[in-house]
Design a protein around this ligand. Sequence first.
Ligand SMILES: NC(=O)c1ccc[n+]([C@@H]2O[C@H](COP(=O)([O-])OP(=O)(O)OC[C@H]3O[C@@H](n4cnc5c(N)ncnc54)[C@H](OP(=O)(O)O)[C@@H]3O)[C@@H](O)[C@H]2O)c1
Length: 332
Amino acid sequence: MKIIMVGFGVVGRALTRLIQTRAIDLNRNHDMNVKITAIADSKSLAIDRAGLKLGRILSLKEKKGVVGPGTAEDTHSIIEESDADVVVELTPTDPRTGEPGLEYMTAALKSGKHVVTANKGPLVTAYPNLRKLADKNGVQLKYSAAVGGGNPVLAFGEICASSEPVTKVEAILNRTSNYILTQMEEEGIAFETALRDARRIGLAEPDPSLDVDGLDQACKIVIVANHVMKRTSYITDVNPIQSIRAVSPERVAEARRRGKKIRMVGVADKTLEVRLVELDERDPFAIRGSADVTRFHCAFSGAKMVASSVGGPSYTAAGLLRDLVEVQSSTR
Ligand SMILES: NC(=O)c1ccc[n+]([C@@H]2O[C@H](COP(=O)([O-])OP(=O)(O)OC[C@H]3O[C@@H](n4cnc5c(N)ncnc54)[C@H](OP(=O)(O)O)[C@@H]3O)[C@@H](O)[C@H]2O)c1
């Protein structure tokens, strides 16, 4: 399997290391001989049709901040013209435009390459078109790592929906905001202090707005609705999208006195919403810290939950590798 990787940030590098570590197993168990033939970041490009020396690229990126001598302007034509099988798209999520990932994914699918991604932007701005393009060109579009990282939330939902309608989905899928709310509740601290703490442990980005203002959660509920409930929805369909910024320590403490916890929950039923809700502290949805939980309501067999308390780039990389293995199995 020849791969082009676009985006070489924390997830791209974690996936590269995982591919190095798992090379023998992948070959033995899945007949998968993975070669990464091109890697691109925002300003540079490395290409080797025989397979890049991954250790060298990782060290170059760490020391010099680039992946190779090529220029980023050539990334688009490499995607279109190379003989790679898969484009792994890992540029930053922009839920408003889907770019730059949307352009890269479109080029990949049009040129007959499978796409594996964790980037939510293109999936919430243009999923129906991307799906059509993949079907038309007979290639796969896989994005299991975009929701839940390493936790196979979408696959679980797909199994639930295989023989009966899933009528409603509820989800806490933004770990950063759940961590902040938990810290406010357990330490009695203000939002800004809890956010600083989340930054200190590497959970929150320098610009935390996608997480704390509900957009990341909104993206994930759109992707779940489209994948599991076969909707054709976009980020603009989610209303309201509530932020945790305005949650005061007094409100958290007052809820706590009544045995309640405040959580940011995404809901997909007839509408798509991200709301702050009060849950009983014994509710299985009142999860603590950096964790995720999703509940699928099935029309005949009732509600089922999938949850995880681990996350981060290496888990997301494991989700991406799962998709790559599935691409390999489906094309054998
Ligand atoms: N972090 C996680 O655990 C996690 C979990 C689930 C999903 N995701 C999603 O996975 C994707 C990657 O996340 P990340 O944490 O690895 O992000 P990141 O560390 O910010 O890395 C982004 C990478 O994309 C590159 N890039 C930016 N603009 C580009 C362009 N126009 N062309 C080519 N490359 C470009 C950056 O280049 P430079 O290196 O030159 O800046 C960087 O290498 C995002 O969409 C994110 O939402 C991440």
